[in-house]
Design a protein around this ligand. Structure first.
Ligand SMILES: Nc1nc2c(ncn2[C@@H]2O[C@H](COP(=O)(O)OP(=O)(O)OP(=O)(O)O)[C@@H](O)[C@H]2O)c(=O)[nH]1
Length: 325
């Protein structure tokens, strides 16, 4: 067996894949429809949308397979993303790369495989639309064209998904992306009895930045705040721009007090930026933090409303304190 090599742009490719926020998300009909079509059109046992992650291939959609992922080093798709054209293996037992691969010698007993690379809009190869079957078979030019056409639809769905769930300016989640991610993450955290926190941010006097310095400068301030959020929170936290100058962070597996520490760190970094940037205006935020109790069952929307109310109290108090001074 030959393990798949790493593509030359592996780090860039992985960044692109992770930024899509598709890994470990629930199945979706718009992808399942396409794998169902592939299975039926080609009369194979299995059709997958496989995303090739650092050490595994994970299936966004699967027909005819119960596994949700397999190790990358035994994957066929790890090989398929190394070329721009589809990889076709008419008979895995006759191929030196695969004849003794555990996916060939054991379940699901792959003999025939065809995988078409799926490209992100920046050209990175994310994974494949692939089909396989326990019987060897010939796969001609027309078949390859058909599989490529289906793969192009999967690519379109991936880019539509990204546009619908990611904030175009900051590349954080938008409201829809946040709700998609946050509710299942919260449900999982409750099952695991891991405490979480939610932080709601709203920039102070943001309208004045737009009014005095122009909309483009306002955009720069929003970007600077988003960048600071990325730097201050942890990789596993779910960050979003809900709209306008409102941002939110869901901290998973977060001991009581950690959210406050991170918010303090973020505000200290903003203060430092405000002193040295020379932009002519400070970026300041109000925030509300709620700690989500282990036995809480409120949906994420209700938690957002509670954090929003706390943020407004914080903003009102800060305005009142300014007025006194
Ligand atoms: N530059 C820019 N401005 C935006 C964007 N989306 C919303 N806005 C503006 O953001 C402003 C938000 O207004 P407010 O919530 O009243 O902002 P504020 O001045 O921070 O008010 P306080 O929160 O009470 O301090 C509005 O003027 C919107 O037009 C955007 O994508 N870019």
């Amino acid at each position: 067996m030959i393990k798949p090599a790493f593509p030359l742009d592996e780090a860039f490719r992985l960044n692109t894949l992770r930024a899509l926020n598709l890994l470990d998300t629930p199945p979706e009909e718009r992808f399942d429809r396409l794998t169902r079509m592939a299975r039926r059109m080609f009369g194979v046992t299995t059709a997958l949308v496989s995303l090739v992650d650092e050490n595994r291939q994970w299936f966004k959609s699967k027909q005819g397979l119960s596994d949700t992922e397999t190790p990358r080093d035994i994957s066929f798709c790890g090989h398929a993303i190394l070329a721009d054209t589809p990889l076709v293996i008419p008979d895995a037992l006759a191929d030196p790369r695969f004849f003794d691969n555990p996916l060939v010698t054991g379940p699901p007993h792959v003999r025939f495989y065809a995988g078409c690379p799926l490209h992100a809009t920046n050209g990175s190869k994310l994974g494949t639309l692939c089909i396989f079957d326990p019987e060897p078979r010939a796969f001609g030019a027309e078949d390859i064209q058909l599989l490529s056409d289906l793969a192009a639809i999967v690519e379109q769905e991936i880019s539509t998904y990204q546009m619908a769930t990611v904030d175009e300016l900051t590349r954080l989640y938008n409201r829809r992306g946040f709700l998609n991610q946050a509710q299942p993450a919260l449900d999982l955290a409750r099952d695991k009895k891991a405490p979480c926190s939610l932080v709601f941010f709203d920039l102070d006097k943001f309208k004045a930045i737009n009014d005095r310095f122009g909309h483009a400068e306002g955009d720069k301030a929003l970007l600077a705040f988003a960048d600071q959020m990325r730097r201050s929170f942890r990789d596993a936290d779910i960050l979003a721009r809900l709209g306008g100058d409102e941002f939110v962070a869901l901290l998973l597996d977060c001991p009581d007090g950690l959210a406050q520490t991170i918010v303090d760190r973020l505000r200290t970094a903003l203060d430092r930026r405000n002193q040295f940037t020379g932009s002519g205006y400070p970026i300041v935020c109000s925030f509300g933090i709620i700690h989500i109790a282990l036995d809480a069952s409120a949906p994420i929307e209700a938690l957002l409303s509670r954090a929003d109310v706390l943020m407004y109290e914080n903003k009102r108090n800060r305005k009142a304190a300014e007025f006194v001074h």
